[in-house]
Write a protein that binds this ligand. Structure first.
Ligand code: C2E
Ligand code: SIN
Ligand code: SIN
Ligand code: SIN
Ligand code: FE
Ligand code: FE
Length: 369
């Protein structure tokens, strides 16, 4: 194949770099990078295998496939490239004993040529392998120029994968820390960790049903578990009091909103910033009679208005030291009565329209008795 000049190779790479930068999940990056490899060398197929050193496995994600697929890291030509760290080119696979014919047998596809280039990070560690199959040219064979282009792509992929991995790791770490902190807060108030999970899921669902962008909904989901983190500063005598709080005690209790905000406000991380807002505003009321600041209507951040509904839905449906769980009909009645007073009426309408979905989440994360 001679149609590809270095110039349009570069164009292809730049075009994909733009796309890859927009994705933060490694699975999505793998699919895009594989498409890039396929276009660059004009192959029929391209797979980007990731090397899992611990499991000695190669895994990948195919477009539209739900799950990752995997195979032993010693399998086939891809395995040879990973183990040796070198490029492998095979233009007559059925005469090459390293080729694993099993996959063709299973898929009915006929492999005529394979090019496999290992992907390394800046420290030279093998992260995976680019494998292109069946050169689309008259001769049907991969050539030196293909190696050059795929190596270029693999250098870039190495960096992109490192970055995506780091991103995922940071997000996972944050998620872990947030749940650990939030659950620590829960334990003291004798509520199960599932409360935090439910409120978090309700928030995301209500955000999505209210047409917030998916990323915002996801951000709120990650932030919501922290809404009551300020309760860690509330004395046991108040927090764990079996009966109703008197006005002085309730004043103490109310400080949990501003306390939570104080704990979280100094972080620059988007998740913790959102968490600070949610902690501060989840007890504001739409009619302005809430606390701590008595904000009104849309002066209350949308995350705060959403979390208010999610939190009360869960609090009313659960036993507390101070009350028994309410039946669903009574909760719905209360929600209708409080629409426009305690709660944002538009959000409440959306919530009640989709109440079955919220009940399903409650069932899914039910507390163990
Ligand atoms: P929580 O138990 O998670 O309740 C969260 C919110 O759900 C409450 O915010 C309130 O808006 C709503 N909620 C809970 N139970 C009921 C109820 O029986 N009736 C109605 N109408 N709404 C209810 P709120 O009132 O600002 O309370 C904040 C937190 O203060 C509560 O979180 C709970 O930890 C504590 N708390 C409130 N009242 C009492 C009480 O009488 N005794 C004790 N021990 N704690 C209380
Ligand atoms: C192999 O690398 O040996 C398998 C090639 C294929 O996927 O068909
Ligand atoms: C808590 O999270 O500790 C209190 C329950 C709630 O937020 O509804
Ligand atoms: C509460 O203050 O959380 C409970 C209010 C109520 O029982 O009506
Ligand atoms: Fe609260
Ligand atoms: Fe809560």
């Amino acid at each position: 194949m001679t149609g590809h000049t270095e110039h349009n190779m570069l164009e292809t790479i730049l075009q994909y770099i733009g796309k890859v930068e927009g994705v933060r999940k490694i699975d999505a990056a793998l699919i895009l990078l594989a498409e890039m490899g396929r276009d660059l060398v004009n192959a029929d197929r391209c797979t980007l295998w990731m090397f899992d050193k611990q499991k000695e496995e190669l895994w990948t994600k195919v477009a539209h496939g739900i799950d990752r697929i995997s195979m032993p890291a010693t399998t086939g030509i891809a395995g040879v490239a990973v183990q040796s760290g070198d490029t492998v080119i095979v233009n007559d696979p059925y005469r090459d004993t390293r080729f694993n014919q099993e996959i063709d047998r299973q898929t009915g596809y006929t492999t005529r040529s394979i090019l496999a280039v290992p992907i390394k990070n800046s420290r030279g560690e093998v992260l995976g392998v680019f494998q292109t199959i069946n050169k689309k040219s008259a001769a049907g064979k991969f050539e030196e120029s293909d190696i050059k282009f795929l190596k270029l792509a693999s250098t870039y992929a190495g960096e992109a994968i490192d970055a995506a991995k780091l991103n995922e790791e940071i997000e996972e770490t944050q998620r872990d820390i947030i749940f650990a902190l939030a659950e620590a807060g829960e334990t003291r108030s004798k509520e199960t960790g599932n409360h935090v999970k439910r409120v978090s899921e309700y928030c995301k669902l209500l955000a999505l049903r209210s047409c917030l962008p998916k990323r915002e909904a996801e951000l709120l989901k990650l932030a919501a578990p922290m809404h009551d983190i300020g309760k860690i500063a509330i004395p046991d005598a108040v927090l764990l009091k079996p009966g109703r709080l008197d006005p002085a005690e309730f004043d103490i209790m109310k400080t949990h909103a501003e306390n939570g905000y104080a704990i979280l406000k100094n972080s620059a991380r988007p998740i913790l910033k959102a968490a600070a807002t949610v902690a501060r505003e989840h007890h504001e009321r739409y009619d302005g009679k809430g606390y701590p600041r008595g904000l009104k209507g849309e002066d209350i951040h949308i995350f705060g208005r959403i979390c208010a509904i999610a939190d009360v839905f869960d609090a009313l449906g659960s036993d507390r030291v101070y009350k028994k769980a309410w039946p669903l009909e009574k909760i719905v009645e209360e929600f209708k009565a409080q629409s426009g007073a305690q709660f944002d009426p538009k959000l409440m309408e959306t919530f009640l329209t989709h109440i079955d979905e919220f009940v399903a989440i409650r069932e899914q994360f039910r507390d163990e008795m």
